[in-house]
Write a protein that binds this ligand. Structure first.
Ligand code: HEM
Length: 411
């Protein structure tokens, strides 16, 4: 005879147990209940492995969209997306001149989601170059590089260089005409440096021309060396933001007598990092996770025919972010290849150690900084104009063309 009462009890117990499972699982991961009080919210940040890179409280002002536009955070997310999509691409890619192009074709046409994964990787990389440049401009225009954040700015400059290096080393990997000739032009620009130039180019390519050694070197740099160094510096950079006193804030400004200008910072309201900042960060992530896949479904990463070292594409263009330099090389190999990039790097590194006056910190386009802002804007316009010339107005034989004239067009 079936003991109905016993079966009933078992079913009830199993149901209760199953009902408790999510709560048990939650407690096993988070070691406590949802932080509802201010005290618990402060504790949530201090005690959590991921959250403790944040301060426990931030100025309300710091989380307003127009303070940072979330650009540093976006760069961070893009970097993570590059890692994840890059690992998927590595499952298929082979860094040899005989196989690389075929593997990219496979990704594009036969492997499930291969094309989307490649597009995601490509568009996130392009977005990261743009994002880092915009983040840098935001930091500059809000005077956020001044003491005590000088060194974090310098770390940022190294991140700019590393981001370009990540993108440039990845450029060659499809081994198509576009990538082959872009890297040939790009590494030629390097060789214009006096004395060290040709040697640097040789080290980078593992020979005199772009070939199988160059592909292997670019691959190794792209998947191991540059991402590892970038990851280390990104972590240090973000940690320094907190150690340098959080985001730059107007209360740090001082008058000629050294006294604080305007309202002291205590009058600015503060909020707990959890939940406001954490939820905002998740929101930015969600927006990115909708925008990037959408772009990757709509637009394909460029791919031309297989690299042919005997037939240069005409025009042969460097990757777009080096086209300003290529434009200058057209006038003077020395200034385009060495002079201007070196001067720009010196300017960027020295800037926070020279412009130390505590004025205009945390304020967009402060009037007290009119000279510095003008110099930066002129340099920026120079970079934008020369880059646009290279992208849109240079055609076959590097002659000037109107963008609407009939030539293969910008890539
Ligand atoms: C991979 C590249 C980069 C990542 C992931 C990154 C990440 C971040 C993050 C998350 C913040 C917090 C505030 C915000 O979101 O704006 C920040 C702030 C900052 N970043 Fe970056 N950054 C990068 C590149 C750069 C570059 C190129 C520069 C300048 C040359 C720079 C200089 C700074 C400075 C000085 C701060 C403090 C700003 C303030 O206090 O208002 N960073 N960065």
């Amino acid at each position: 005879m079936i003991d109905v009462a016993a079966v009933y009890k078992k079913v009830i117990r199993a149901t209760v147990f199953a009902g408790e499972l999510p709560a048990r699982f939650y407690r096993s991961v988070f070691r406590g209940t949802y932080p509802a009080t201010v005290r618990q919210q402060l504790g949530a940040v201090v005690n959590n492995l991921v959250l403790h890179v944040h301060p426990t409280r931030v100025y309300d002002r710091s989380i307003k969209a127009q303070t940072t536009f979330g650009l540093g955070l976006i760069c961070f997310y893009l970097f993570i997306i590059e890692w994840i999509t890059g690992i998927f691409l590595m499952f298929y890619y082979e860094p040899s001149t005989g196989a690389a192009y075929g593997r990219i074709l496979d990704l594009n046409y036969t492997i499930t989601f291969g094309r989307v994964m490649r597009n995601l990787h490509r568009w996130a990389a392009e977005a990261m170059v743009v994002g880092v440049a915009l983040h840098m401009c935001r930091v500059f225009y809000t005077g956020a590089y001044k003491p005590p954040r000088e060194f974090n700015w310098v770390l940022g400059v190294s991140l700019l260089v590393l981001t370009l290096a990540l993108s440039f080393t990845g450029y060659l990997l499809p081994w198509d005409q576009l990538s082959f000739w872009a890297v040939t032009v790009g590494t030629n620009i390097v060789s214009y440096a006096p004395v060290l130039g040709p040697w640097l180019r040789f080290i980078l390519l593992g020979g005199e021309t772009v070939g199988s050694d160059a592909l292997l070197r670019f691959y190794t740099l792209h998947v191991i060396a540059v991402p590892a160094v970038t990851a280390l510096i990104v972590n240090y950079h973000i940690w320094r933001v907190i150690k340098d006193g959080g985001l730059a804030h107007p209360s740090e400004n001082r008058g000629a007598d050294g006294e604080p200008l305007g309202q002291p910072q205590r009058s600015d309201s503060v909020v707990t990092t959890f939940p406001r900042v954490v939820y905002l960060e998740l929101l930015v992530f969600l927006v990115l996770m909708v925008g990037l896949p959408a772009a990757s479904l709509l637009f394909n990463a460029p791919l031309e025919e297989e690299a042919n070292p005997l037939t240069p594409s005409n025009p042969s263009k460097a990757p777009w972010y080096f086209l300003g330099l290529q434009e200058l090389v057209g006038y003077s190999a020395f200034w385009g290849g060495v002079g201007v990039p070196t001067l720009l790097m010196i300017y960027l590194v020295v800037l926070p150690y020279v412009d130390r006056r505590p004025a205009g910190i945390g304020i967009w386009f402060a009037r007290e900084r009119v000279v510095m802002i003008s110099v930066w804007t002129v340099i920026l316009l120079g970079i934008l104009v020369t880059t646009a010339l290279g992208i849109y107005f240079r055609g076959p034989n590097w002659n000037f063309y109107w963008p609407w004239e009939n030539w293969p067009g910008p890539h």
